[in-house]
Design a protein around this ligand. Sequence first.
Ligand code: DSN
Length: 420
Amino acid sequence: MPTSDQRAQLAQSDHEIFLALKGEEARQRAGLELIPSENYAFPEVLTLLGSAFTNKYSEGYPGRRYYGGQEHTDRIETLARDRAKALFRAEHANVQPLSGSPMNQAVYLGLLEPGDTILAMDLSHGGHLTHGAPVSHMGRLFNFVRYKTDPSTGAIDFDQLRAVARQTRPKLVVCGYSSYPRDYDYADFRRVADEVGALTMADVSHIGGLIAANVMRNPLDAGFDFMTTTTHKSLRGPRGGLILCKEKFAKKIDASVFPGLQGGPHMNQVAAAAVTFRLAALPAFRAYAEAVLGNAKALAEALLARRVRLVTGGTDNHLLVIDTVQSFGIDGAVAQEVLDRVGLTTNKQVIPDDPNPPMRPSGIRLGTPAPTARGMGEAEMAEIGAIIAEALAANGDHAAEESLAARTRALTSRFPVPGL
Ligand code: DSN
């Protein structure tokens, strides 16, 4: 968080960038972030990201660095690792991944050989780019095979998953998602993986904060070998990645992150992650996580009451997917633009087996971590649901959108953005 002196200096040396910063702050204050992977970082996180730790190179690990001057960086990385292990009940933690993609790549590259088979969720059913999208380098390097969900309920089709596993003998079974509004039992994945001798990895990037707060299941409790999570979504930490694993994989994971994949870790990010893990262990964070889930249900109810079609019919976690084509006769790109105009930030989203292309998909994705971090509750979710449904039904009517934008501003003016 820059001090007022630092802001004044920025304004003087680069006014264009300063204006962009002010514009972004104003956008975040006046509008509302409903993208489920976004959040407002803890103020302590903003402070550390702009701190002296950003100046330091620290290749290696605590006690085994390549450069001198590590007395404070060793301390923060050790604290970050110990706190992460305690928070997630993990045997080993690596806090150095620069973000979500290198985090997942480090697991694949550290444990598997190029060409090995990985079983992961179909991307249109909610899987992530790093779970083997054909356009990603990992998708080219490894042989990804797929399982799907029942789009009406969201249930994983474990018969199909088992059949694919038996047929393709994957080395790794991956679960986790970026656009799946349900929860599942990790033991079901474990059983199939055990049958075919595969390792297990859960990418819980979206729900890391909800697992930390013990309001959603923890895959490590079901004996998963690896759990990965970004630290900036429901956890409210810095942009970054975290790998948790069994002790027997610790050496391979650490060597895969550094020197295998990355150079110097970003120690400002590691310091901010350490504070995040401390804050996420407090009772107040559990209350926040419970409110995230309650708000998602309230938002779903508000939308369903207006006959909006939600993929899987509702939510068990922090996110919802609206089928905008079926509900309003508009694609997700148009819906996203309409909602931008009324001050609600969402993202266009493919839905299961979407016949439409990713830039013009059939839906949008919503989430409650950010509005909940502003202190909003179920009454506000009812109003947000009403604004969304009315805006998408308004069919571009300028006057209607103006009046809905005023309703968004009335809402956000009552709930300041933490840290801004
Ligand atoms: N971009 C993140 C998301 O929106 O889910 C994941 O990389």
